[in-house]
Ligand binder design. Structure first.
Ligand SMILES: [Zn+2]
Length: 321
């Protein structure tokens, strides 16, 4: 989708003033701010000129050198990657996306913001194929990818308040420096009655190298979204998947260097991936929540609503104490 479909919603992520169209980009209308936002490869780069982590020029290259997703040009490596069995058994994402897609299917012109959407997340196709044809789908990231139609940092979302009907953050909030700020931004850009859908890992070792900062227990994740009324929440993958991940990282921990780690990381999935199938049994037990591999939260923005902490504690689903 071309950014012209949503440029009327853009604002300056630094000072939240309107932006004006300029040559090769957008200029903040506030002269005291003065940030300029270039458009590279037809993609607006809405990174504040004061951002400490990213600079807009990082995205002037088609594949920035030091940003999240590696591209493998070699077809042999791509095939080998496809053949490698996954250590996560996630049966929930598809189901959740299908349900949300059905709710939005009759909402003509609905607006969806995907954070971390440079590539398709697990199961998101179930949502996309149900959206009405005139839906505006903003697929954002801090990386170029096949889906990216805007570059943004979700600590400073460059959209006006009350703009979206759905915001998705799938496998994103562990990678941001301050997830509470990001969720506040999600809340701000959602319309009243708009929905948030988030998936976040819990018992999972570091992935994405240095861009991995947080894990949340079930209640920790719920509290992160305490300004949202809950529609549904639960585990995406259980202790079987957590153990498969741990075993994989146990094996890779023997690697004395980066190069050997790369090879071990590839082969380590084969002897351990089957452990994830225990989840078919374990996910039925409430105690599995305390060792879940990943969690999801689906909620609605209802202005004025806050989940009180004493109510939060009553939502514990495990067996311990
Ligand atoms: Zn500004």
């Amino acid at each position: 989708m071309n950014y012209q479909a949503f440029e009327n919603l853009l604002l300056c992520p630094e000072c939240r003033n309107p932006v004006n169209k300029a040559e090769n980009g957008f200029q903040c209308s506030n002269t005291g701010c003065g940030c300029f936002y270039p458009v590279y490869f037809g993609i607006p780069v809405m990174i504040s000129c004061h951002n400490k982590v990213f600079q807009s020029t990082d995205f002037s290259l088609q594949a920035p050198p030091d940003i999240f997703f590696k591209r493998y040009k070699n077809p042999l490596i791509r095939t080998l990657k496809r053949l490698r069995p996954d250590v996560t058994l996630n049966l929930e994402s598809k189901k959740n996306y299908r349900q949300i897609g059905e709710q939005l299917s009759n909402m003509a012109g609905c607006r969806v913001l995907v954070i971390g959407g440079s590539i398709d997340g697990t199961g998101i196709g179930e949502l996309k194929k149900r959206l009405p044809p005139d839906a505006v789908v903003v697929e954002s990231d801090v990386a170029h990818g096949p889906n990216t139609n805007i570059i943004l940092d979700c600590h400073q979302v460059p959209f006006t308040d009350n703009s979206f009907d759905l915001v998705i953050a799938q496998a994103v909030l562990e990678h941001v420096l301050d997830p509470f700020v990001c969720v506040a931004e999600i809340y701000r850009v959602l319309k009243p009655g708009g929905q948030v859908y988030a998936e976040t890992p819990f018992m999972q070792p570091v992935h994405g190298g240095k861009y991995d900062f947080h894990r949340f227990s079930f209640l920790g994740h719920r509290r992160l979204f305490r300004h949202f009324r809950e529609n549904a929440s639960g585990l995406l993958a259980g202790p079987g998947s957590s153990l498969a991940w741990s075993l994989r990282y146990f094996i890779t921990s023997f690697a004395p260097g980066k190069k050997i780690d790369k090879y071990i990381s590839y082969v380590a999935n084969f002897p351990v991936f089957w452990v994830k199938y225990f989840d078919l049994l374990l996910n039925r037990n409430k105690g599995s929540m305390d060792a879940a591999c990943g969690l999801f939260f689906h909620g609605t923005k209802e202005p004025g609503y806050v989940l009180p902490d004493h109510e939060l504690l009553r939502q514990y689903r495990g067996y311990r104490y």
